[in-house]
Design a protein around this ligand. Structure first.
Ligand code: BES
Ligand code: MN
Ligand code: ZN
Length: 500
């Protein structure tokens, strides 16, 4: 898809998109379109129930005396409520609709509605982001009927009086979109293709180009470091486990402690010897969604040259049953020195994260560490696909994460931690077991991770099992199974709080 910004101009072909406020107040661009079409919009309004509410569209096809193939009058709602997210959703919805219609080009001419605090350049950039995110496809494995799947819409023009502001805002958002596309690709790839070493190779190939240092540790190196809880998970797999360490030094304060992101990268989760059921195993290629989000975030930060020092650490493994696989009842010693009785090999994500958290804290002494993981089915029961679960030992970090999520449409909901939950991890013979009781599964998983937080370091855990991929209704900005969830919230958190 070709995306560009231009000053308002006569639209000579393709679709022309203009806006109306709630109550059918046509914006100046809409008045222009109405006039150019000999009053087609005004006539259309009389015969439809369009009222200018957010989400509504009035379409006029092949208007007489106009070069444009169609005019789309879109509802902007109330000016006060019109923000970046509304602009993104509007552009995404129009993109989807035009693709279905077979349109090949579109020009958005959306004036900042009265009452909105958006600046024209920012409005234009958010329209671009919505159109871009919606244009994502994953068709590498289709050999037939590509016509049906490949988008028809090839050219998107955003008309704006503030072209240079728009381009500036877009540079930052474009980086976020690229990071999300990378994360989506990683989640969508099948597990026979994207195993740990291949994930590591792609991370290195993509990020090194952008100035990110990427180091890959194999099993021998991890063994030396004592990362036995991570290695235990990969023990039954033919594929070698990997730890990928990505560093971006963008701060002017070269020695500034970094922010750190840790991702669960289970490239396939069969459950191991505590084998999942057939239906329960489907989709478990996406169990590396946390690692994908961390990798995509590193890409976004590097692409927009964020003034921050950041590290991303991902533990990549495949959880398989085998004669060599870890058994329920095994006891393993983590890099932290704490021992874990593995009572269920399907509670593997926390074992991977435990060692990755220890490694990250000891190696980098970060300002804070945030881990992302498709950790529990229970979080899907609790929050569905609407919120990720947030757990934290630090109110300030937690509030910042929640604010960032709200700002960019990746909302989170905080759940409690506490000593009475922690008790549920008591083991008969080791320091802890890897499962709690039948209740509060997402919380006991988070309690387990908290045991690997050192020196009261600010830490947060995002359980993204419900948001990393989508089986039911599609999210407005995510057209495929993998959503790329996590890149936007982490990027926003950094942009708002941790850059110099
Ligand atoms: N990867 C799964 C969690 C998951 C389940 C993510 C469904 C997305 C959809 C995780 O490794 C897992 O199996 N968790 C178990 C933990 C249990 C054994 C304590 C779960 O949630 O059932
Ligand atoms: Mn599992
Ligand atoms: Zn898992």
């Amino acid at each position: 898809m070709q995306l560009s910004f231009a000053a308002p101009h006569a639209v000579a072909s393709g679709a022309w998109v203009v806006g109306a406020l709630d109550g059918n107040a046509l914006t100046p661009a809409a008045q222009k379109a109405d006039k150019a079409s000999g009053g087609a919009l005004a006539r259309g309004l009389k015969v439809s129930k369009f009222t200018g509410k957010s989400g509504q569209v009035l379409e006029v096809l092949a208007p007489a005396a106009l070069g444009a193939s169609r005019i789309l009058l879109v509802g902007l709602g109330k000016g006060n409520d019109f923000d970046g997210a509304k602009a993104e959703n509007l552009a995404a919805a129009v993109n989807g609709r035009l693709n279905t219609a077979g349109e090949t080009a579109v020009t958005f001419e959306i004036d900042v509605p009265k009452g909105s605090r958006l600046k024209p350049g920012a409005l234009a950039a958010h329209l671009a982001l919505g159109a871009q995110l919606k244009s994502y496809t994953f068709n590498h494995y289709r050999t037939k009927n590509l016509d049906e799947y490949e988008p028809k819409l090839k050219t998107v023009t955003i008309a704006t009086p503030a072209v240079s502001d728009a381009k500036k805002s877009w540079t930052a958002l474009e980086a976020v979109a690229a990071g999300m596309f990378f994360a989506r690709d990683l989640v969508n790839e099948p597990p026979n293709v994207l195993y740990p070493a291949e994930f590591a190779r792609r991370a290195k190939a993509n990020l090194t180009k952008l100035g990110v240092k990427v180091e890959i540790l194999g099993e021998a190196e991890m063994k030396k470091l004592g990362m036995n809880t991570l290695l235990g998970v990969g023990q039954g797999s033919e594929r070698e486990s990997q730890l990928v360490v990505m560093t971006w030094n963008g701060s002017r304060k070269k020695k500034d402690a970094p922010v750190a992101f840790v991702g669960k990268g289970v490239c396939f989760d069969s459950g191991g010897l505590s084998l999942k059921t057939g239906p329960g195993m489907m989709g478990m290629k996406g169990d590396m969604g946390g690692a994908a989000a961390v990798t995509g975030t590193m890409q976004a930060l590097a692409m927009r040259e964020a003034r921050v020092n950041a590290v991303g650490v991902i533990g990549l493994v495949e959880n398989m049953p085998d004669g060599k696989a870890q058994r329920p009842d095994d006891v393993v010693k983590s890099m932290s020195g704490q021992t874990v009785e593995v009572l269920n090999t399907d509670a593997e994500g926390r074992l991977v994260l435990a060692d990755a958290l220890t490694y990250t804290q000891r190696k980098f002494a970060p300002k804070f560490v945030i881990d992302l993981a498709t950790l529990t089915g229970a979080i899907i029961m609790a929050l569905g696909p609407e919120h990720a679960g947030l757990f934290s030992n630090d109110d300030r970090l937690s509030d910042r994460i929640a604010a960032a999520g709200k700002a960019v449409g990746e909302p989170v909901w905080r759940l409690p931690l506490g000593p009475n939950y922690d008790k549920l991890l008591k083991s008969k013979i080791a320091d802890m077991k890897n499962i709690g009781g039948p209740n509060a599964g997402s919380i006991t998983a988070a309690q387990f991770l908290q045991r690997f937080v050192e020196d009261k370091r600010p830490w947060a855990h995002l359980d993204i099992a419900g948001v990393a991929w989508q089986d039911g209704e599609q999210k407005a900005l995510a057209p495929t199974w993998g959503t790329g969830w996590g890149v936007r919230i982490l990027n926003e958190l950094v942009a708002e709080n941790y850059e110099d």
